[in-house]
Design a protein around this ligand. Structure first.
Ligand code: HAM
Length: 416
């Protein structure tokens, strides 16, 4: 029997993990510079948490969740995103409070039952941030700026920030009515899902991917034209502060996010080096979610980047971000049982000093051990045979130059 990785998932193999580690390190570095702290939550939550926050009429909740019952009949779901779990964790652990800003970040796997294609998987990874406690437009600018700083640091180019506003609980009903008025004449000609969305949540029609619906959607009213005075002035402030911060952006009235919790600002960062799935990051404000989860009214904003998509671009050769040189410093090659014992002791000593080192455990010939050392990228090989045991001194060979010299057992670490 041969087993394969489940559809829509991927192994991240040793050839690629150095790039992942570098990207994760770059995230942690930038997030720390902006004063964000890490949070880790379980990969599954009560299903209700996602249904309520992301929205019952969204594709994610309707079609894409990995939902299962545990042995006690509780409905659980593998997290399709991390904003709702972070809000839950903050409330449960009193991490958010009045007159307090809480800035958190996370890196980890998410799960959505989508049709797999380039840039779209069923298990994928996000690095994201959430800020709680301030409705200041400068925080919207901070998260966009931080996101762009991260992309700049790792050398990601060909980017565009698309920005929009979806309004708040006051202006969304006005916009919803405008959408209903507009779509009521066309909805009969649109897909079955859109007919359902028309009744339940006309905003979701804008997120429809069906080709036949696009000509109607393209001419639909846009949320930015229906903002209440407060949302309008917030949006204007974000735009003017993006200008002050010299951040390039495009106002995209057609930008629709696939999650219902957003209020006011929404944004996506698009990379033109990618194919159809070209959003490398997405986020926005969600000023009502904390309250909906039973907390005090707390404004919030955040984003999440899609790690696989960023890695895809980096693999094509970003100048700041080439594949790291891997390799150990020392390989110990031994001939015979006694040499092996001594070699293992020396190996342990070198490792205890923090020197990356290894030896042969397959009983290979010296020639084969030299080859193995070369494959691991070892800088030095230390050879111990019978003569060397007697002299308590081995031969240290520098692989690049081929130079070699005698080095006593007890000064190997210093020499390396
Ligand atoms: P999202 O737009 O659903 O937002 O996902 C964010 C990013 O995750 C996307 O831009 C994309 O790069 C990546 N992504 C999403 N689905 C997949 C997939 N199936 N395969 C590969 N990559 C994918 C959220 O998840 C929000 N929680 C972001 C947020 C945080 N909003 C406020 N705070």
């Amino acid at each position: 029997m041969k087993y394969n990785v489940p559809r829509g998932t991927k192994d991240i193999l040793p050839g690629e993990t150095p790039l992942w580690q570098k990207l994760e390190a770059a995230c942690r570095k930038v997030f720390a510079i902006y004063n964000y702290q890490e949070i880790r939550t379980p990969v599954f939550e009560m299903t209700e948490l996602f249904a309520r926050s992301i929205g019952n009429t969204t594709d994610i909740v309707k079609k894409e969740m990995y939902t299962f019952e545990d042995r006690k009949g509780r409905s659980l779901t593998l997290r399709p995103e991390e904003t709702a779990p972070v809000v839950r964790a903050c409330l449960e652990n009193s991490l958010i409070g009045p007159d307090q800003i809480t800035k958190l970040y996370y890196i980890g796997p998410m799960f959505r039952y989508e049709r797999p294609q380039a840039g779209r998987q069923r298990q994928f990874h996000q690095a994201g941030v959430e800020v709680f406690g301030s409705g200041d437009s400068l925080v919207d600018v901070e998260v966009i700026q931080m996101n762009m700083k991260l992309f700049e640091d790792i050398g990601l180019t060909d980017l565009e920030v698309d920005i929009n506003s979806v309004g708040c609980k006051d202006c969304q009903p006005v916009f919803r009515k405008a959408l209903k008025d507009y779509f009521k004449n066309n909805v009969k000609k649109m897909c079955e899902d859109c007919k359902d969305r028309f009744d339940k949540n006309p905003l979701r029609i804008l997120d429809c991917k069906e080709k036949g619906c696009q000509s109607y959607i393209n001419k639909a009213p846009a949320s930015v034209d229906y903002l209440c005075p407060e949302c309008k002035s917030h949006f204007d402030a974000v735009i003017s502060r993006l200008n002050d911060a010299k951040l390039n952006y495009k106002i995209n009235k057609r930008l629709v996010r696939g999650l219902d919790y957003y209020t006011k600002t929404t944004f996506e960062i698009i990379c033109s080096k990618l194919g159809a799935q070209n959003a490398v990051s997405g986020g926005g404000r969600y000023d009502t979610l904390v309250q909906e989860f039973g907390g005090k009214a707390t404004p919030a904003v955040g984003f999440a980047i899609g790690i696989e998509r960023v890695i895809e671009v980096l693999k094509t050769g970003s100048p700041n971000f080439r594949k790291s040189e891997q390799g150990i410093s020392l390989f110990i090659a031994t001939l015979g049982g006694e040499a092996k014992k001594i070699g293992f002791d020396l190996l342990t000593k070198a490792r205890n000093k923090g020197i990356p080192a290894d030896m042969d455990y397959l009983g290979k010939s010296l020639k084969a051990q030299m080859k193995a050392a070369d494959r691991t990228g070892a800088k030095y090989v230390y050879i111990i045979g019978e003569d060397e045991i007697n002299k308590k001194s081995g031969i240290l060979k520098e692989m690049k130059s081929g130079n070699q010299k005698e080095v006593p057992f007890n000064s190997l670490e210093e020499e390396v």
